[in-house]
Design a protein around this ligand. Structure first.
Ligand SMILES: [Fe+2]
Length: 561
């Protein structure tokens, strides 16, 4: 039997592991879910151990390892490209900084891989951008499709346009460092005082609250080329000690950076809106180029920027492609899967059988383990005869409910396995959810989980969004029915659920619908403040007692405060 281990995100962020047995994805998880450090980028030891255990094998049983990037390359790139010629003349201190940043990861990486190699296991390096593209295409149900990746940085290339056919991927056009939309996003997030990695999501969330008045100026910053690629205008950027920054020209044009201790001003919101509009334009330009070049009618999207639901929604609404697929983990965690699929299908010729329509590839806990944990913590939970009914009654009566069921989701979204749910028809819910659960206030974008049959009635067109990966447009009457959803011009982040994907969650939504009139709930991730999404029952119990959750449905149990 073949077992391929995939490793991704190494040396950047969101490192992860996955395993394919006989070419089929059977387990995948990000390292952060085990270490508790958001966006963990170190070697994914815990995730790897989980995957081996799920496959029921030891390391020596692996028949191949695919690593989704070469950690030497970011170091070399920093030295050669960002420092430029002056690096070699004077800045010896910078050498130390580069090595200090990267060396501990490299040592860990090399030591682990050497162990695998000495056990006779073949190790394949798959380029980072190709891994993003492979994750997008080889997880999709399409036999042929255009592929676009839009990323921060991965080795040298930052974005790509290509085409997938069967198990093959041709890459046509790429943008390379320092021309990176992901880099621009991160720098503008920093400029707006959103300094952590995660706060790029705040930037996405505030952009609908501004007016895109800076679009003409922002177009000076990002310029598109005839081949579908783009470039950043170097006048607006600089690099110091390997770190990119926005130049004085940027502040001359856009004003001083926002002090994070002060409230956001309109101009900050307008800048976020303008950046979003220009990024949408650039990716639209890539999509048109990909459509023309390939003649394909389906599109697969990958890369870190594709985690932006409003961007995916806009590309979808433009109608350039008939169908769009985004995998559950389009970011760096998903490159583990992309690299493993590339090795399995392209290099080893195992048939494609991984149209990924679910995301629950992470750790799962049987009833006995949940019961043991409750017992250990001396917590008394009920075990209702009809769990979905008991949970639906709580949601319909205004409670905020944790929902911990089955395997943890792979990727950044909570999709009804590690979720917090609340009534979407009550106008007060959103404020209560913000105040009691998500300390990070106005910016938090809650998704809407909805059954397929309810979505058909509520949305202008059926949003094909199984992973909360895009927006859909609500009909005007649906906006009135769902006042807790913060819809801008009717657009809402949506997660469409059906029985084939998740029968229990569907049953819950239907039972909520029988009480509220709409088979839909607000959905956000189950986590403790500042920590990654919950993995274990203990994580979930921690969320219950560190937030304003009223109760949590965990396996067959309901634990209430
Ligand atoms: Fe990436």
């Amino acid at each position: 039997m073949t077992h391929i281990l995939g490793i991704g995100g190494l040396g950047y962020k969101d490192s992860a592991a996955c395993i394919l047995s006989e070419g089929r994805l059977i387990a995948a998880a990000a390292e952060e879910r085990f270490t508790g450090t958001k966006h963990e980028g170190g070697f994914p030891h815990h995730a790897m151990a989980f995957c081996l255990e799920r496959a029921g094998i030891a390391t020596r049983d692996l028949t191949g390892v695919a690593v989704a990037n070469n950690p030497w390359i970011p170091m070399r790139e920093k030295v050669l490209r960002w420092y430029g010629e002056s690096f070699f003349r004077s800045r010896t201190a910078n050498v130390y900084n580069v090595f200090k940043d990267e060396s501990h990861r490299l040592v860990e990486y090399l030591r682990t891989l050497e162990g695998l190699r000495s056990a006779g296991i073949e190790i394949h390096r798959v380029p980072h951008n190709l891994s993003h593209m492979a994750a997008a295409f080889l997880c999709s149900p399409f036999e042929t499709a255009a592929i676009i990746s839009v990323d921060g940085r991965g080795e040298t290339s930052t974005s790509g346009i290509g085409r997938g056919r069967g198990s093959e991927i041709e890459v046509d056009a790429v943008s390379r460092m320092p021309d990176s939309l992901g880099l621009l996003y991160a720098l503008v997030a920093d400029y707006l005082g959103f300094s952590e990695l995660d706060d790029e999501f705040r930037l996405i969330s505030i952009s609908p609250t501004g007016t895109p008045t800076f679009v003409p100026k922002m177009r000076e910053v990002v310029q598109t080329a005839a081949d579908g690629s783009y470039k950043l205008n170097p006048e607006y950027f600089g690099f110091h000690q390997g770190r990119p920054f926005l130049s004085e020209r940027f502040t001359e044009v856009f004003g001083q950076p926002h002090d994070p201790n002060l409230p956001l001003e309109d101009r900050h919101r307008d800048l976020a809106a303008s950046l979003h509009a220009v990024v949408v334009d650039v990716v639209m330009h890539m999509a048109k180029s990909a459509r023309l070049r390939t003649g394909e009618t389906s599109l697969c999207l990958g890369g870190g920027l594709v985690q932006n639901w409003a961007l995916v929604g806009a590309i979808n609404d433009a109608g350039i492609f008939e169908k769009i697929y985004v995998p559950p983990a389009p970011g760096d965690d998903g490159t583990a899967v992309g690299a493993a699929l590339w090795l399995s299908h392209y290099q080893r010729g195992e048939p494609r059988q991984n149209a990924i329509q679910r995301a629950d590839f992470g750790p799962a806990f049987p009833e006995s383990e949940i019961a043991d944990e409750l017992e250990r913590l001396k917590l008394k939970a009920s075990k209702p005869n009809d769990l979905a009914l008991a949970a639906a009654e709580r949601i319909a009566s205004g409670q905020i409910l944790g929902w911990f069921q089955g395997g943890a989701e792979f990727g950044p979204r909570a999709l009804g396995h590690r979720s917090i749910l609340a009534d979407a028809t009550d106008p007060a819910t959103r404020a209560r959810l913000v105040a009691s659960v998500k300390a990070r206030s106005e910016f938090h974008p809650f998704g809407l989980s909805v059954t397929r049959e309810a979505a058909a009635k509520l949305f202008e067109t059926m949003p094909e969004s199984p992973f909360l990966e895009r927006t859909g447009r609500l009909k005007p009457e649906a906006q009135r029915q769902l006042p807790a959803v913060a819809a801008r011009e009717g657009n809402v982040r949506v997660h469409v659920v059906d029985d084939a994907r998740d029968a229990l969650f569907c049953e819950l939504l239907r039972k909520v619908g029988a009480r509220t009139g709409v088979a839909a709930v607000l959905n956000t991730s189950l986590n403790q403040p500042g920590r990654p999404v919950a993995t274990t029952p203990r994580d979930a119990i921690g969320s219950l007692y560190t937030t304003g959750l009223d109760a949590i449905a965990m396996g067959p149990f309901i634990l209430a405060k």
